[in-house]
Design a protein around this ligand. Structure first.
Ligand code: PMP
Length: 436
């Protein structure tokens, strides 16, 4: 497959845009370097690049595009927004509508505030937790990614770990000292951290189901123990559900049927993003009324935004959630994901290539290793070169994956059996060649 235009555009981009990309996770640095694919059009589950090559897309723009690209219902909503003025700097009825939809789906959110990205949502939940508890430290889990605000770029995963810079330059040591990082699925470490620093801990922040070092479920009792220990310590629980909300079912981790004891795994604050904007920039955070009342104009914790709640993002988000309310949409994504992962595992077994797949409904991760993946250390201990080779084989066969061994594959409502069949054929050919 020739990608001459992508090569040319990359050379030009390098002269004007730092690193040629507007987010480091888009660079091919973690898969051997070179030009990323420059896209020019997308429809449903399919991408078309600058050379008119076609791809089946499993990146889904790192999660938001759960209905496939250019879904007609969402496109109509965005068009309506464009025709009526895209930004008012004044409240609208649509913000209430989307806030109500979020509250109905995520029972722990009494009050909501819209922002523009997952980064902003997470950053603000931390500020609110600090304001509420009047404490300063945060505990987070190794490999969980919470956006790029200073506090959570300490031993972060996903993009930063892929690039081998777990602590970003420019984050002062004084800020890093406010963050304690413990392994995911490890209550003993959390307990020790709380014993040592508990009086200063404002919040424990977690991706309740991890999406940033593969898809990783919390082990039985982990979230229950986390919530109990945190609350007993007088700290708040913050769930970063930027990836997970509306990903596995119409709702969040807090009510996901794949987890037990829902009443014991309720957070105080939740950060949202990605899917709830239907592909347009958005973030939101919310939680218990008395905690959210810390936020200005009601309380002393300041947070604002020129673009926050803009009609295009809000209407796009409402339209996306309406599509997801459709009968059987999550079951169908799950069916296709099971078919795809069963086929991938069978191919890798046939060709003698160790592959661990973590599948959760319509999302899954593929780790080249022969051990389970339950925490970040195990995800790091996988064959990155093998992944890079698989990534390139698949790309050259028209299958678009994220260029990182840590990122998930996302099914959308637009994928079909024909897409899965074509992907499995490409994977079998790729793995056969890799085994030679
Ligand atoms: N939290 C999680 C769990 C994420 O995966 C991401 C982005 N991948 C973010 C926060 C940051 O979101 P954004 O890129 O919209 O700032």
């Amino acid at each position: 497959m020739k990608r001459t235009q992508s090569e040319l555009l990359y050379q030009e981009a390098l002269q004007h845009i730092v690193g040629g990309v507007n987010s480091p996770s888009r660079s091919f640095k973690a898969v051997g370097g070179g030009a990323p694919v420059f896209m020019k059009r997308a429809k449903g589950a399919h991408f078309f690049d600058a050379d008119d090559n076609q791809y089946i897309d499993y990146l889904a723009a790192y999660g938001p595009i759960i209905t496939g690209h250019a879904h007609p219902h969402i496109t109509a909503a965005i068009t309506r927004a464009a025709e009526n003025g895209v930004l008012y700097g004044a409240p609208t009825e649509w913000e209430i509508q989307l806030a109500k939809m979020l509250k109905d789906a995520i029972p722990s959110m009494d009050k909501v505030r819209f922002v523009n990205s997952g980064t902003e949502a997470v950053m603000t939940t931390i500020r609110v937790a600090r304001a509420y508890t009047k404490r300063s430290k945060i505990i987070k889990f190794a490999g969980c990614y919470h956006g790029h605000s200073d506090l959570v770029l300490v031993a972060a995963g996903s993009g930063p770990s892929t690039l081998g810079i777990p602590d970003s330059a420019g984050v002062p040591a004084s800020i890093a000292q406010e963050v304690i990082t413990v392994p995911f699925n490890d209550l003993e470490s959390l307990k020790s951290a709380l014993e040592r620093w508990g009086d200063d801990v404002a919040a424990v922040m977690v991706e309740p189901i991890v999406g940033n070092f593969g898809m990783v479920m919390p082990q039985d009792g982990f979230l229950e123990g986390l919530c109990k220990m945190t609350h007993d310590n007088g700290s708040l629980v913050i769930y970063d559900e930027v990836i997970t909300a509306f990903r596995f079912h119409y709702g969040s981790t807090q009510t996901f049927a794949g987890l037990k004891n829902h009443e014991s795994i309720v957070p105080d604050l939740t950060a949202l993003g990605k899917i709830i904007g239907g592909g347009l920039p958005i973030g939101a955070y919310g939680g218990r009324k008395h905690v959210m009342e810390q936020v200005a104009p009601l309380g002393p914790a300041y947070q604002a935004g020129t673009m926050a709640g803009n009609p295009a993002s809000i209407l796009s988000g409402i339209a996306c959630l309406e599509v997801l309310q459709g009968e059987g949409v999550y079951e169908e994504m799950n069916r296709l994901a099971v078919k795809l992962t069963d086929g991938l595992q069978a191919s890798s077994d046939r060709h003698g290539i160790p592959l661990t797949i973590n599948q959760i409904r319509g999302s899954f991760s593929t780790h080249f290793c022969d051990h389970p993946i339950t925490n970040y250390e195990e995800a790091q201990d996988t064959d990155g070169e093998m992944f890079a080779s698989f990534f390139r084989h698949m790309l050259n066969r028209g299958i678009n994956l994220a260029p990182s061994k840590y990122e998930a594959w996302f099914l959308t409502t637009a994928h079909t059996d024909a897409d899965i069949d074509q992907t499995l054929e490409a994977a079998d050919d790729s793995l056969r060649e890799m085994a030679l």
